[in-house]
Design a protein around this ligand. Structure first.
Ligand code: HEM
Length: 495
């Protein structure tokens, strides 16, 4: 027998014994691991977990696992032993104990593409520093005094370009809107300029890689995305150098603000800007597309929305004002219900990546230190014990948040069930120390877009489409809608 044959003969039984010993040790040290199936060696159950499914459901894999094992189960996902939680209480516990018992832990491929300094992968002090910068950039005062009118400007730019009685791709249009807005606020890029359009093109390739399998071979989407990442970073770097040469710095955009007010290195600034562009563009555009999709099949909601926005628009005409302001935004109460319901049912971000940094015991279950932990927020939002008829689009369930479920609830639901009344179970923006830094901006973008949409257009699906979870949410046909103008004309922004 050659050395190689001898080696091949010995390795499998040794590996098997090691795996069994490891399982035995684990079982001994952690006798109360949640029930579940660790699946195939190495692959675990990852393929089943990531199989696409309708975005308004939790998918067959999750449904089947919850029926078999309950809302907390163990598995092997993304190459690691994992605890999956569809349990509202455990999800809150995980997010609130960030940095103490659990820590953010996105797959290495995300760090490869968003950068090692990306906020999504940073933990500890560096994360806190970058978070402060983002919160500053997205502060309430900026939203109110500057970003609101910019959001309106970019909404009008997109909607005014829709041709009469045409078909538009709602998902692409929403992406155009959020990209233009973010690019202007991050680097003062103007919509339509050749450099902005070039960056947008690169960014699309980049995005395809972020959501693809992390296979770094020639010809793969991931490899192309890594190349686009370098091109985009080169672009941002040039902008940065131009700024550094300017004598009077422009602090109105994030790039200017960071250069003036932070000690971040060039590499850190590049990754911060890129990850903010990613975090702020992809999510809210999908949320806007989802709202257009849900509203299309809910005429009662469109009618109530239209009444709310007509009222705001009439009052503005009487006072001689044209642009929306914060007081107008605050009047958009039913719109907020539509936004909440869109985020609850559509689940733009479905689960988060964490790992246990200590041995944890929760409700009698062991969560061993070092294990991956996935709080699945979509499973809570679609849990029938927390939200009545969770698969129905029912914005009225959000009315009378403090009191009993709305008696006038339409869409067949009586609103939230008693436990669901508490907004505790609603976490579209995550929670704890990593709560989405752009949640208020995202809601503002959705509200202003909906305002001008319902005042100016009727729309119908032009071809069948529906949202899928891949697990990122996407409309395979980019949501084609046939539009009809209601008002005589929608004008591009005056400024
Ligand atoms: C509907 C739209 C959005 C949804 C559903 C959403 C959801 C989320 C979620 C769930 C997280 C937590 C990730 C985690 O804990 O691992 C997060 C983080 C974050 N989001 Fe959003 N987001 C949205 C829009 C935005 C926008 C418009 C921006 C701003 C430009 C933004 C910026 C961020 C940032 C910077 C973080 C990282 C926060 C941190 O780590 O401290 N997001 N988002």
């Amino acid at each position: 027998m050659s050395d190689l044959e001898f080696f091949l003969f010995l390795v499998p039984p040794i590996l098997a014994v090691l795996i069994i010993l490891n399982l035995f040790k684990r079982k001994h040290k952690f006798p109360n691991l949640p029930p579940g199936d660790m699946g195939w060696p190495f692959l675990g159950e990852t393929i089943g977990y990531l199989r696409p499914y309708s975005a308004t459901t939790i998918g067959d894999f999750m449904q089947d696992h919850i029926s078999r094992y309950g809302k907390i189960y163990k598995s092997n996902l993304f190459g690691e032993p994992t605890i999956v939680s569809a349990d509202a209480g455990l999800n809150r516990y995980i997010l609130q104990n960030e940095g103490k018992l659990f820590e953010c832990n996105y797959p290495r491929s995300i760090g490869g593409i968003l950068g090692k300094w990306s906020m999504l992968v940073q933990v500890g002090q560096m994360h806190r520093d970058m978070r402060m910068i983002s919160l500053n950039f997205l502060s309430h005062a900026r939203l109110r005094n500057q970003l609101l009118s910019e959001v309106e400007k970019h909404t009008l730019l997109v909607l005014a370009s829709w041709k009469r009685d045409s078909v538009v791709s709602a998902q692409d249009e929403a992406k155009k809107f959020t990209f233009n807005f973010m690019a202007e606020h991050i680097m003062s890029l103007q919509p339509g300029n050749p450099e902005t359009e070039q960056l947008k093109k690169e960014y699309i390739t980049f995005m395809k890689g972020v959501v693809s399998a992390p296979l770094n071979f020639p010809g793969t989407a991931y490899r192309r995305a890594l190349q686009s990442r370098s091109t985009i970073l080169g672009f941002i770097e040039r902008k940065m150098e131009e700024r550094l040469k300017e004598t009077k710095g422009n602090e109105n955009d994030l790039l200017g603000w960071v250069l003036k007010n932070s000690n971040l290195s060039k590499e850190q600034i590049l990754d911060l800007l890129l990850s903010l562009l990613f975090a702020g563009h992809e999510t809210s555009s999908v949320a806007i597309a989802l709202s257009i999709y849900f509203l299309e099949s809910c005429p009662d909601a469109v009618q109530q929305l239209t009444a709310e926005h007509l009222e705001i628009s009439r009052a503005k005409k009487l006072s001689g004002e044209t642009e929306l302001n914060w007081d107008d935004y605050k009047k958009m109460e039913f719109t907020q219900c539509v936004i909440n319901e869109t985020l609850r049912l559509g689940n733009v971000v479905r689960f988060l990546h964490r790992k246990a940094v200590k041995d944890v015991r929760y409700k009698g279950y062991d969560i061993p230190c070092g294990w991956k932990v996935l709080p699945v927020i979509s499973a809570v939002h679609l849990d029938p014990s927390l939200f009545d008829l969770p698969h129905n689009f029912d914005p009225w369930r959000w009315q009378n948040k403090q009191g009993s479920p709305s008696a006038s609830g339409k869409g067949g639901s009586t609103g939230m069930s008693s436990t669901g009344k508490s907004s505790n179970n609603f976490m579209p923006f995550g929670g704890g120390p990593r709560l989405c830094a752009g949640s208020e901006l995202a809601k503002l973008e959705m509200a202003i877009f909906i305002h001008h949409l319902v005042l100016n257009f009727h729309w119908k699906l032009a071809a069948p489409d529906q949202a899928f979870a891949y697990p990122y949410v996407d409309f395979p046909n980019a949501l084609p809608i046939a539009i009809q103008h209601i008002s005589s004309s929608i004008k591009p922004p005056p400024h």
